[in-house]
Design a protein. Structure first.
Lengths: 336, 273
C-alpha cells in the first residue's frame, strides 16, 4: 500500500513538472513577437545582442519566474487555509486577505514608505495587511466554535469590501502619479520590472513551501476537526498560528508584487484534492506546482487573447476562477 | 501500584457556571469505568479535560503518576486515545484514517509511515473487523463502521487508557452491543483501561466494572462504585429526578433499569391505596 502511494504520488509530481515545463516553454515562445521553440537555443547562446535575446531573457523569463512563484504561493496559501478552516471555498481572496494586503500596499505607495526603507516595504506592507485580516477573520469567528460555517466566509467578503473601499478612498485623495501607480498595480499583472522583487517572490514562495511542510502532518490531523487533532497530539493553537503567518506571508508577497489575482488559490487546491487526495504531504507540493503552471498559462492567455494589447492576468483568473467557484459551491457534497 | 488515571480535586467552570467541582477518582489497570449522569453534568467536559482540550480551573490529572500539565500533547497522545461521539466526514480512506493514529509516534524528519505503523494499523483494523473496508472512503461507510474505524484509529495509538465519549449514542442495538463487546474484550487482551461516557444506564450496568455518577447539580460526584452500589432507585430519583424500577437482569444478574410512564405510575399508586 505504501509502495502504491509513493508510486502514485511520484506520477502526479512528474506529470505536474512536465506540464510546468511545457507551459513555461509556451510562455517563452508566445507573445506579440512569436519566437519558434527551435530557435530559442540558438538565440540564447549565439545571438546575444539581438532583440529576441533581450525579449526572452529580459521580459519573458522574469515574467515566467514571477508567474511560477506567485501562482505557487497563492495556491499553497489556499491549500493551507482550506486545511485550517476545513472549508474548500476558502482562499486568500475570499477571506479578504488579499484585500487587506492590497490596502497595506496602497498605504505604502501613498505614504512612500518604500522611499524610506527600500523595496522591501512592498512585501512587508502586504504581509502586515494580510496578517491583520487573517487574525481578524479568525477571532471574529472563533467564539462560535463552528469554524466550518460560511459565516467566516461572509466575514471575509465583508472585510474584503471594506478594504477595497478604503483603497478607493485612498485613491480618491491621492495625487495623480500615485493614483496611476496604484491603479496599474491593483489590476494584477505579472509585468514587474524590478529584479529584486522577482527574486524575493521566487525565494519567498519556495521558503513558504518548505516551512509549510513542517506542518503537513498537523494539517492531516486537522482534517478530522480541531478536537480530534488535539487528541492526536497536535498543538492546534500553535499550529494554526504558524500556518496563518505562512499564509499571510505568501499572500502579502504575491499581492505586493503582482496585485490582486483572484481565485488562483481556490481552484488549484480544490482540484488537486480531487486528483491527489486530501493528504497534505502530496497536496501542498502538487498545489504549488499546479498553481505555478495555472498562473503562467493564464498569463499566456492574457497576453494573446486581444493581442497586441494585453489583459491583466487577474482578469483571466477572475473569470475562470469565478465560474469554477460557483460550480464548486453548487456541488452537493463539499467535503475535504 | 500506579493508577493509569488519577483525578484530584478537579474543578472546571465555563462562563462562570460551575461544571465540575472537586472531582476525585482513579482507575485501576484493565478496569472498565463508565461515567453516567444527566445531560449537562460535565461528562464530556471531563473527557476533554483529560485529553487536554480544556484546561481545568483547579486540580490535577495524573497519567501513570505524571501530571498531564507537564506533558506535551504529543506525549499525552502516546498514552491515551480518545473516541468521540462521531467521526467528521472526510474523504480519506479508512486505512489512511486509521494510520493517523500513528502520528504521535512519528520521528522528527520522518515523512512516510514505517512498515511497523502499517502492520499495527492492519492488526487493529482486523480486530475491529473493518480491514475489508480499508480502501473505502470514510464518507461512504455507515455510522457504525465509522465508529469502529475511530476505535481502530485509537487502538493504533497503542494507548494504555482509552477514553470514549458516548461512542454508541447514534447507533442501533446491533452496533451498540458490537462496540461495547469489542471494548470489553480489548480490556482483557490488551490490558487497556477504559473510561467511557455512556447515556444508556442498562448498557453501562452490563459492561462496567465500576460506575461514576455525577450529581448533576453542583458539579460534584454523587457516588462511585460497582453497578449494584451506584444504580439504585433512590440514586436515580435523586440524580435524574426520575422514578424508575430496578431489577436483576435475568441472565447477567446485573441491575436492570425499567423506565415507567406517569400513567402506569399513577395506576400503581391507586392499587396501593
Amino acid at each position: 500500500m505504501k509502495q502504491n502511494k509513493i508510486k502514485y504520488w511520484s506520477i502526479i509530481l512528474i506529470l505536474l513538472i512536465l506540464i510546468l515545463i511545457f507551459v513555461s516553454l509556451l510562455s517563452l515562445c508566445v507573445g506579440s513577437a512569436g519566437i519558434p521553440l527551435k530557435d530559442i537555443p540558438h538565440i540564447l547562446f549565439y545571438d546575444k545582442g539581438s532583440a529576441d535575446h533581450s525579449i526572452l531573457l529580459g521580459i519573458r523569463l522574469p515574467r515566467i519566474i514571477l508567474g511560477l512563484s506567485i501562482g505557487g504561493a497563492l495556491a499553497l496559501a489556499g491549500a493551507l487555509l482550506q486545511g485550517i478552516f476545513k472549508n474548500p471555498l476558502v482562499e486568500p481572496y475570499t477571506l479578504g486577505i488579499s484585500g487587506g494586503a492590497s490596502l497595506g500596499v496602497c498605504i505604502n505607495i501613498l505614504f512612500k514608505f518604500y522611499s524610506k526603507i527600500g523595496i522591501i516595504a512592498y512585501p512587508l506592507s502586504g504581509f502586515l495587511g494580510a496578517s491583520l485580516v487573517i487574525f481578524l477573520v479568525y477571532y471574529l469567528n472563533n467564539k462560535t466554535r463552528d469554524i466550518r460555517s460560511n459565516r467566516m466566509l461572509l466575514t471575509g467578503v465583508m472585510i474584503s469590501y471594506v478594504a477595497s473601499s478604503l483603497v478607493m478612498l485612498l485613491m480618491a485623495i491621492s495625487k495623480t502619479d500615485d493614483l496611476q501607480n496604484i491603479v496599474l498595480w491593483i489590476m494584477g499583472s505579472l509585468d514587474e520590472p524590478n529584479p529584486v522583487l522577482i527574486k524575493m517572490a521566487l525565494f519567498g514562495s519556495l521558503a513558504g513551501l518548505v516551512f509549510s511542510y513542517f506542518f503537513c502532518f498537523d494539517l492531516n490531523a486537522l482534517l478530522l476537526g480541531e478536537d480530534e487533532a488535539a487528541n492526536l497530539g497536535v498543538n492546534t493553537t500553535r499550529t494554526k498560528k504558524y500556518l496563518f503567518i505562512i499564509a499571510s506571508f505568501l499572500t502579502g508577497l504575491s499581492v505586493s508584487v503582482a496585485g490582486i489575482i483572484m481565485f488562483a488559490g481556490l481552484i488549484v487546491p480544490h482540484f488537486m484534492r480531487m486528483i491527489a487526495g486530501p493528504d497534505h504531504r502530496i497536496l501542498l507540493i502538487s498545489s504549488f506546482l499546479a498553481g505555478a503552471a495555472f498562473l503562467v498559462l493564464c498569463d499566456v492567455i492574457a497576453r494573446v487573447i486581444i493581442s497586441p494589447l494585453e489583459l491583466p492576468v487577474g482578469v483571466i483568473t477572475g473569470i475562470i476562477g469565478g465560474i469554477i467557484f460557483i460550480w464548486a459551491l453548487s456541488r452537493k457534497q463539499v467535503t475535504l | 501500584m500506579t493508577h493509569p488515571l488519577t483525578i484530584k480535586n478537579l474543578s472546571f467552570r465555563y462562563h462562570k457556571k460551575t461544571i465540575l467541582k472537586n472531582i476525585c477518582f482513579s482507575t485501576d489497570p484493565g478496569e472498565f469505568v463508565s461515567i453516567i449522569g444527566p445531560n449537562g453534568s460535565g461528562k464530556t467536559t471531563l473527557i476533554k479535560i483529560i485529553s487536554k482540550i480544556n484546561k481545568p480551573e483547579k486540580g490535577n490529572i495524573y497519567i501513570k503518576g505524571n501530571d498531564i500539565q507537564t506533558m506535551s500533547n504529543r506525549e499525552l497522545a502516546r498514552h491515551i486515545a480518545v473516541v468521540m461521539q462521531s467521526v467528521e466526514p472526510v474523504s480519506m480512506s479508512v486505512e489512511e484514517y486509521v494510520l493517523l493514529g500513528r502520528l504521535p509516534f512519528f520521528k522528527k524528519y520522518q515523512f512516510f509511515e514505517t512498515a511497523k505503523d502499517i502492520k499495527l494499523a492492519h492488526k487493529y483494523m482486523e480486530l475491529t473487523g473493518i480491514l475489508k473496508l480499508k480502501d473505502e472512503s470514510i464518507n461512504k461507510i455507515s455510522g457504525g463502521e465509522r465508529q469502529l474505524a475511530a476505535i481502530a484509529r485509537a487502538l493504533t495509538q497503542e494507548p494504555m487508557l482509552l477514553l470514549l465519549d458516548e461512542p454508541t449514542s447514534h447507533l442501533d442495538i446491533t452496533h451498540q452491543i458490537q462496540i461495547l463487546e469489542l471494548i470489553s474484550s480489548l480490556k482483557k487482551t490488551l490490558c487497556l483501561t477504559v473510561l467511557i461516557v455512556l447515556h444508556d444506564l442498562n448498557l453501562a450496568a452490563e459492561y462496567s466494572d465500576r460506575l461514576v455518577l455525577p450529581n448533576g447539580k453542583n458539579g460534584g460526584i454523587y457516588q462511585t462504585g460497582t453497578c449494584e452500589q451506584v444504580l439504585s432507585e433512590q440514586s436515580i430519583q435523586e440524580v435524574y429526578n426520575t422514578n424508575v424500577r430496578i431489577q436483576k437482569n435475568p441472565v447477567s444478574k446485573r441491575p436492570c433499569i425499567f423506565l415507567i410512564s406517569q400513567n402506569a405510575l399513577n395506576k400503581e399508586e391507586n392499587i396501593i391505596l
